[in-house]
Design a binder for this molecule. Structure first.
Ligand SMILES: Nc1nc2c(ncn2[C@@H]2O[C@H](COP(=O)(O)OP(=O)(O)OP(=O)(O)O)[C@@H](O)[C@H]2O)c(=O)[nH]1
Ligand SMILES: [Mg+2]
Length: 279
């Protein structure tokens, strides 16, 4: 859909992880943008989903909490998806939340003008937002207009965060997320969904930041797949993730990755809490 891609572009920093698979984002992620005129707080959320695991209940709770604190509801429609129907939950959120509602038609780099016109009508009919904007999160098309529209729509309020603050979650959170993103990149089918990442050690008092993290899987059979033949898969995940972490921390990093099994962690509240999903 492109929520995280758009969020990163609006925030100007790669805070949220991105993958072609749905349900990549699990936690709300706050991005703080401060310029001479205003401070804007963007919250990237998981997507709406059918709850099959307790982890999904956590994700739905994140969406609800985001809605409760929002001054603007910014909904994203994948304009390249030929499906023109909107889930009941989406329609309900748009009908129920009494705050300014903006719909972004994303991925217009993949669509004809005719398609966009048609979709604008459908969206107006089904969701009745105050504003519809067609953008491309990837190419940046129309994002300055979106930014301006958001600034103009936001209510006046106090500045919540210091000017130089970009994010609220700790560095370890983002490190775990970059590792999870590489799991999405390197492993296929359902496996990335069965994985959590926990940073166990983070030592900055050396020339290379030492980070030890566990990749948690749900079953023993998954452990072998994550490690791969001769350790190849885990090595690739580690190398790519390390580069992202180094770019984020702006320092050299030694990343020590291990794979651990925690049976059916996605169904267990205790495990979820331990892995950063505070249900
Ligand atoms: N062509 C094109 N692709 C895009 C655009 N925006 C996002 N994508 C791609 O769409 C896919 C999903 O993007 P994400 O940003 O991870 O989507 P999301 O809505 O955050 O997804 P979840 O976190 O899984 O709910 C990725 O492969 C992106 O590269 C766009 O404007 N144009
Ligand atoms: Mg996302």
């Amino acid at each position: 859909m492109g929520k995280s891609t758009l969020f990163n572009k609006l925030v100007g920093e790669r805070l949220s992880i991105i993958s072609p698979k749905p349900q990549t984002t699990r936690n709300n992620i706050l991005g703080i943008v401060t310029d001479e005129n205003a401070q804007m707080l963007f919250l990237d959320t998981p997507g709406l989903l059918e709850e099959k695991y307790r982890l999904h209940a956590f994700m739905t709770k994140q969406i609800r909490e985001a809605l409760e604190s929002a001054d603007i509801l910014l909904g994203i429609v994948d304009a390249s998806n030929p499906d023109d129907t909107f889930d009941d939950e989406v329609q309900e959120a748009f009908a129920r939340w009494n705050i300014p509602r903006v719909i972004v038609l994303n991925k217009v780099d993949l669509c004809s003008d005719e398609r966009i016109k048609k979709l604008e009508h459908r969206v107006q009919e089904a969701l009745d937002p105050q504003l519809i904007l067609a953008v491309s999160a990837t190419t940046g098309k129309n994002l300055p207009n979106l930014h301006k529209a958001l600034v103009d729509t936001l209510p006046l309020g106090p500045q919540f965060y210091p000017e130089d603050m970009l994010a609220e979650q700790p560095e370890r959170f983002f490190v775990a997320e970059f590792i999870r993103e590489e799991v999405f990149n390197q492993l296929h089918q359902e496996l990335p969904y069965a994985i959590a990442v926990v940073v166990e050690a983070f030592h900055e008092d050396r020339p290379k930041v030492y980070i030890q993290a566990n990749i948690i899987v749900e079953r023993n059979s998954q452990k072998g797949i994550v490690i791969g033949k001769g350790g190849r898969s885990l090595k690739a995940i580690g190398q790519h993730a390390r580069k992202k972490v180094e770019a984020f921390l702006n320092r050299p990093v030694f990343l020590d990755l291990h794979v651990k099994v925690y049976e059916n962690w996605r169904k267990k509240d205790g495990a979820l809490r331990g892995f950063g999903y505070d249900i």
